[in-house]
Ligand binder design. Sequence first.
Ligand SMILES: C[S@@+](CC[C@H](N)C(=O)[O-])C[C@H]1O[C@@H](n2cnc3c(N)ncnc32)[C@H](O)[C@@H]1O
Length: 202
Amino acid sequence: MKKKELEIRLQKLDSHPDPSPELEQYMTPGDVAAGLLYLARSHGSIEGRGVYDLGCGTGRLAIGAALLGAGTVTGVDVDREALRVAEKNAERAGVEVEWRHADVEGLELEGADTVVQNPPFGVQRRGADMKFLGKGMELAGEVYSIHKATPKNRSFISRHVEELGGKVTHRIEKDFHIPAQFRFHTRDVYRFKVDLYRIERR
Ligand SMILES: C[S@@+](CC[C@H](N)C(=O)[O-])C[C@H]1O[C@@H](n2cnc3c(N)ncnc32)[C@H](O)[C@@H]1O
C-alpha cells in the first residue's frame, strides 16, 4: 500500500466520541501516523512482525500496522470507550487486531518485535510519556514513538533512552495538528511540531 493511501485510510477512521483531556485523547493525524509506520516499515519492523501499539486509542497506529502486513498486532489502552471505537474501526478496515484494556504502567505482556506509539505528551500527567517509553523498551527491541518537539524534550528523551540501555537512531520532525475538541480549546485548530523517534534497545 502506498503511503498516501495509508494516510487517507487512517484519516477516515472514527474518532473518540468523548475524548478525555486528562488522558490526552487526541488522534494522530493520518500523515503523521503513516510517517511513523513507514519509518518502521523501512527498517523491516512491520511486515510479519509482532507489533504492539501502546495507548492505541481508536486504533490508528495498530490498524495501520495491520494494513502494512504485520504478523500480529495488539493495541493497549486504559479507556474502554476508545477500544470499542478501535474494534469497529478495525472491522471496517478488514484487519485483525487484539485489543487489550490495561494501564501501560504495570502492563505485563510477552515481548514483541516492535512497539509503535503516540503516548500522551505528559502535559496533563507529568512523566506519562516517559512511562510509555520505558514500557515500550521493556517489551520490544525497536520502539517508534511520537513526542513533542522541544529542545528540552529532545535532550531529555535522548538521555532517558540511554539510561534505559537504548539509543535514538532516528528523529524526524513533523507538523502536528489537533482540531479543537476540549472545552478549554479557544482556537479551531492547534498546530505544533512533533518528533518521530526510532529507538533501538542495545
Ligand atoms: C495521544 S493519544 C493517542 C491515541 C492513538 N494512539 C492515536 O495515535 O490516535 C494517547 C492515548 O493513550 C491512552 N492512555 C493514556 N494514559 C494511558 C495509560 N496509563 N495506559 C494506557 N493507555 C493510556 C489514552 O487513552 C489515549 O488513547
